[in-house]
Design a protein around this ligand. Sequence first.
Ligand SMILES: Cc1cc2nc3c(=O)[nH]c(=O)nc-3n(C[C@H](O)[C@H](O)[C@H](O)COP(=O)(O)OP(=O)(O)OC[C@H]3O[C@@H](n4cnc5c(N)ncnc54)[C@H](O)[C@@H]3O)c2cc1C
Length: 389
Amino acid sequence: MDRRRFLQRGALAATLLPGPARLLAQAPVPLFDPIGPIMPIRASPDRLFRITVCLRPFRAAGPRIESEQVGRKLVVHNYGHGGSGWSLSWGSARLALAQVMAASPKEIAVIGAGALGITAAIMAQRAGLKVTIYARERFPDVRSARATGSWTPDSRVAMANAVAPAFADLWSGMAHSSYAMWQSYVGLPGDPVEWTDRYTLSDLPPDEMRAAFRASEVAGFAHYADRIADITPRSQLFGPGSHPFATRYALRNSQMMFNVAGLAHRLTDDFLTAGGRIETADFHAPSDLGRLKEKVIINCTGYGARALFGDESIIPIRGQIAWLLPQAGVNYGLFYDNVSVLGRRDGIVVQDMGPDDRFGFGDPGEAPDRAAAEASVRTIAALFSARAG
Ligand SMILES: Cc1cc2nc3c(=O)[nH]c(=O)nc-3n(C[C@H](O)[C@H](O)[C@H](O)COP(=O)(O)OP(=O)(O)OC[C@H]3O[C@@H](n4cnc5c(N)ncnc54)[C@H](O)[C@@H]3O)c2cc1C
């Protein structure tokens, strides 16, 4: 196993990054807190029930949250969240809404019904506004429905050397307020959001892991992770012989998980119950927004903003998920050999993360790759076979 294989960009970055130095010095895992029995994943290509592809709307400068006058409309942009759209959504909505409220509207339009659109719409309702969402697609057809479903606020959200100096504070504010809002969805019927354990598995000792992580940083916000150390649970390192996996080391941490199917229903229901309306609409140019009756618009078109607003700063970062049938007891996540696995209520999502953040960068292809999906599943099968053997 090479050093890259220990890494999980995004999903565990928030845990690793503030952690490695502390990890080396951390106290041993207490006797009352061992890794309990792990239900093996039935990782067989025969259990694949779908393969989905999504494009992360990446901007090197970070998400675009700013106002623009388009004809007679005030458009507040809220797009370009890379691999962090679910995680940062509420915090981003809060920033966009502050710009909306400066115009004192009574009703607004939101373009887009993905993670950013639905959360911005709910936030605007809570501020007392009447809201209509206009979108080409809605759940489950939006790209947001095809995300992994993890708290990954620093995943491919910007390029460290391309952001404005104020971005770090902006990002930190977004992450904190989003995190607080997501906590209010934990424990609801159907568990739209829940805390689960994740295991990063490797033969590398933690000091080499730290060096390897630094080497793989491309589009992450690794060095900003100390800013969310206060809301990041500590991870625990299990050495050889002290955990049930076939690798020498297992790093465990707890992380928020979005059960995206149930969560999308919950958010949509909340929006409609509060009097919101969703209309199907397809816009081909900014001037098309002129036909809306609302004078203030929040633009949450994600990757679609590239075509609609001609914003070529949006780069697609392709990601594919292989879906294994859900399995009782598999409510944990793994990262092993560049493959990430997350046991959700709506399926076990398996994703090839590639060697670093550049994996899928600039690739707008959304056709599923069955051979790649099966290869990722076999990697996980090998992990559990080695454990059994
Ligand atoms: C494989 C993968 C895994 C990911 N995992 C995670 C994760 O675990 N955690 C996380 O936080 N993030 C994750 N992400 C990132 C996250 O999925 C995105 O940041 C997020 O989906 C972006 O949401 P959005 O609402 O901006 O865009 P979208 O979901 O694409 O929604 C855009 C909306 O705008 C509408 N629209 C677009 N153009 C037009 C137009 N011209 N006219 C009318 N309507 C239009 C669309 O129909 C849609 O309703 C992942 C991404 C990928 C690819």
